[in-house]
Design a protein around this ligand. Structure first.
Ligand code: B12
Ligand code: SF4
Length: 446
């Protein structure tokens, strides 16, 4: 069978395509099916998209959906199905945790809950044997109008999954994206990714990591087939298992040594590990700080590192010669203006090389989503509003939309201030002038 995945773009700038379809694509190809991907850039109209799908004449269409992609995907699928009679399946986090909304929308025949490799293979094989509509009964596959399916256990051993189909990722310049683990054991209440652990609660081990040998074999294969200039490890928390990381550093440094970046939590690193990582080629680490208020972090977000631990972790990272990025969330339910002031103040103490700041968005399935629902913070037309990290969609008692907007501007100013300070440090006067102009413009816009 021929399976076509649609990658629903939301930005004009390039970003790596979804990893889920690249895993599933490799698995389906391994079982003899034909798989391709079609990026759907913003400027591609639904008519032209339909024409391109017709040219490819697939037997099934697959979409990987984050909450952000949902609204555009919904409109496109509606238009596609008005013209073409091809079954459509959605998977990914949004499809897993907002399944009913998806299946009620015209054109969506199936949604996949959780991991998709075996589920999609079973669906493809069932469709090959019998004409639609299927009676249902496939594990993980929720059929429109049917009952919630049972879940199969997480895929084991994970080393047996074929390497991602890299042609489906749209990577450039030898910068490659790696995924070495599935699942994150931490209980952050705002995080959509960790909901997979709860989804698979009855199966003890959703969290799995590939063997180091398997990861190195994939890197070797990439190197021998093309360019390997930089590696971005997209794992939620790369530094989870100290023994794994130690052996990784020794071998990666010896056999590849190309620079790499990763995501970590401060309570999972120590000075020695950071030095080992730097020596192996680590150039950049992103830490989720989220809030400078220990109350918000501990009581609302269920994150237990102290501000002192963050300061120490950031200092060690810089001392090891690794660039550090901090991420912050603004407007979490239960947060006050004083709490966000503490985030700005912690930011000054941490002095990261760069930082991201995101207005809180309640992702379906998360504990904070349920809290917002219970407390009436969510607007009634929640699923009709674009998922965004720029403006709050919530009606919060302690923080107004204007408060959040004002803090967002404060973070933007801090970003410009930090950027300017770095340019002064490096003596780049042309760039300084550009930043001063940008600051003046944004101040003029209020
Ligand atoms: C890599 C990554 C990215 C990459 C690639 C995006 C992608 N979708 O892969 C980039 C850098 C582009 C990115 C950007 C963003 N991301 Co991001 N990203 C991740 C990250 C770290 C890993 C995803 C991943 O590849 N996992 C590995 C694969 C194997 O797992 P998977 O995607 O779940 O796929 C499996 C199943 O879901 C299923 N499946 C998936 N798709 C399909 C499709 C079909 C047809 C089927 C049958 C099954 C199926 O089968 C797969 C294999 O078993 C996740 C965190 C996480 N752990 O999920 C966040 C995450 C997906 N990102 C998130 C966010 C918020 C963003 C941004 C908005 C960040 C920002 N503030 O700007 C942007 C916007 C992305 C967008 N397009 O909407 C949220 C999404 C929350 C939600 N419910 O929507 C997550 C969960 C982070 C979090 N902790 O909250 N991201
Ligand atoms: S550590 Fe990161 S991926 Fe893990 S639960 Fe927390 S936010 Fe999610």
């Amino acid at each position: 069978m021929k399976i076509l995945f649609l990658e629903i773009d939301l930005e004009r700038e390039w970003a790596v395509a979804s990893l889920g379809p690249a895993f599933i694509g490799a698995f389906l190809r391994h079982h003899g099916h034909e798989v391709c991907v079609l990026r759907v850039p913003l400027e591609l109209s639904s008519d032209r998209l339909i024409a391109r799908i017709r040219e490819q004449s697939p037997d099934i269409l697959g979409l990987s959906l984050t909450s952000r992609q949902w609204l555009r995907a919904r409109e496109l699928v509606r238009a596609i199905r008005a013209e073409l009679d091809i079954p459509v399946i959605a998977g990914g986090l949004h499809a897993t945790f907002a399944t009913e909304t998806i299946l009620q929308s015209p054109g969506f025949d199936y949604a996949c809950l959780g991991e998709g490799e075996l589920a999609m293979l079973e669906l493809v094989e069932a469709l090959e044997k019998s004409p639609r509509p299927l009676a249902g009964g496939l594990r993980n596959i929720w059929k429109s109008g049917g009952d919630r399916p049972e879940l199969r256990p997480p895929f084991e051993p994970i080393d047996e999954l074929p390497f991602m189909a890299r042609d489906m990722l749209d990577e450039r310049y030898g910068v490659v994206h790696m995924s070495t683990q599935r699942g994150c054991p931490f209980p952050c209440t705002y995080c959509a990714a960790r909901q997979f652990n709860d989804l698979y609660g009855s199966y003890a081990a959703y969290g799995r990591r590939r063997s180091l040998q398997n990861v190195l074999e994939e890197l070797s294969a990439i190197q021998s087939e093309g360019e390997l200039n930089y590696v971005i490890f997209l794992d939620d928390t790369f530094t989870l298992n100290h023994a794994w990381v130690k052996t990784f550093c020794r071998n990666y440094g010896r056999y590849f040594g190309v620079p790499f970046s990763l995501h970590a939590r401060v309570e999972t690193v120590n000075q020695r590990m950071l030095e080992d990582l730097a020596e192996a080629g680590c150039r950049h680490i992103t830490y989720g700080v989220e809030s400078g208020s220990e109350r918000v972090r501990q009581e609302i977000m269920h994150r237990h590192a102290s501000n002192a631990q963050f300061c120490e972790g950031f200092r060690w990272t810089r001392q090891a010669g690794i660039l550090v990025t901090a991420n912050y969330i603004i407007g979490t339910p239960g947060e006050t203006r004083a709490d966000i002031e503490q985030t700005l103040s912690l930011h000054d103490d941490l002095a990261p090389d760069d930082f991201g700041y995101f207005v809180f968005y309640p992702y379906p399935g998360t504990p904070l989503f349920h809290l917002c629902e219970r407390e009436g913070y969510l607007p009634a037309n929640y699923y009709e509003l674009p998922a965004n990290h720029r403006r709050s969609i919530l009606n919060l008692p302690g923080l107004s939309a204007q408060d959040i907007e004002d803090f967002y501007h404060r973070f933007t100013e801090v970003r410009e201030r930090d950027h300017l300070a770095r340019l002064v440090e490096h003596g780049d006067s042309a760039q300084q002038q550009t930043v001063i102009t940008q600051v003046a413009q944004s101040a003029a816009q209020g």
